[in-house]
Design a protein. Structure first.
Length: 243
């Protein structure tokens, strides 16, 4: 089994790579921009789990390189996990359209670009699993992060359409909807401890979704019920809330 992690320097990406190497004996491609950090992680995984781990440079927003990046993979992956993304700053994004575009392009456009390349290959081969990490932030707009939420909402819709397109071709697409995660991206944020997952917990949920061929999962599981409540609040009330 061969696994490609896009955004492997992220905490969740690295945790997922380690878990699949351990549980599935998967050889892993670790793709991200910081090669120094990536090479250390690849060496650690390879030694720890006695599998092949290959670090690769990948830039989510350099769209013109995506086809060549995938074409150059010596062995094509059986599983792809898309982990890259940025939270951005809501206030900056409201005032500066270039920052808003950075948030949207990284979280959505970059994902669309590389996944279309991968989907074409998987469709021709008639098998494969694509796992995309979106966010519960994309399920309803909130004043504190609606530009990030809009990008993740677009990603969730895209993954739904991709799943519909590829299901009849033997390719499975999983949408992962995390709530709060304790990662570098949320460092410094005051997150509620009982509602916040670790990267290892998210990786476990991703692996279970892979094993059970789930279509959509929330991680942790209780976010399904939290979001059911939040999405059920009438708009006349919701618009007055400070969220």
């Amino acid at each position: 089994m061969n696994l490609l992690i896009l955004g492997a320097n992220s905490d969740v990406g690295y945790a997922t790579a380690r878990l699949f190497a351990e549980r599935e004996r998967a050889n892993v491609y670790l793709a991200s921009r910081n090669m120094d950090l990536l090479e250390k992680k690849a060496t650690d995984i390879a030694i720890r789990h006695q599998i092949k781990a290959t670090p690769l440079f990948f830039d989510a927003t350099d769209y013109d390189t995506h086809q060549l990046f995938y074409t150059n993979l010596e062995i094509k992956p059986d599983i792809v996990v898309l982990c890259f993304g940025i939270l951005g700053n809501q206030e900056d994004a409201q005032k500066n359209v270039s920052h808003a575009r950075e948030v949207i392009d990284t979280n959505f456009t970059g994902a669309l670009s590389i996944l279309e390349v991968i989907a074409e290959d998987f469709e021709k081969r008639g098998h494969g699993v694509i796992i995309g990490i979106s966010s519960v932030a994309g399920l309803r707009g909130r004043q504190s992060n609606y530009i990030y939420g809009a990008a993740k909402g677009a990603l969730s819709t895209y993954l739904s359409g991709l799943r519909n397109r590829l299901a009849k071709r033997g390719v499975h697409v999983v949408t992962v909807l995390p709530g709060f995660i304790n990662t570098k991206m949320t460092d410094g944020m005051d997150l509620p401890e009982k509602l916040t997952a670790t990267p290892d917990q998210v990786a476990l949920d991703i692996h279970k979704a892979f094993q059970k061929k789930k279509n959509i999962i929330y991680t942790r599981w209780f976010w399904k019920w939290i979001m059911l409540i939040i999405r059920g609040i009438p708009e006349t009330i919701f618009k007055r809330l400070s969220l």
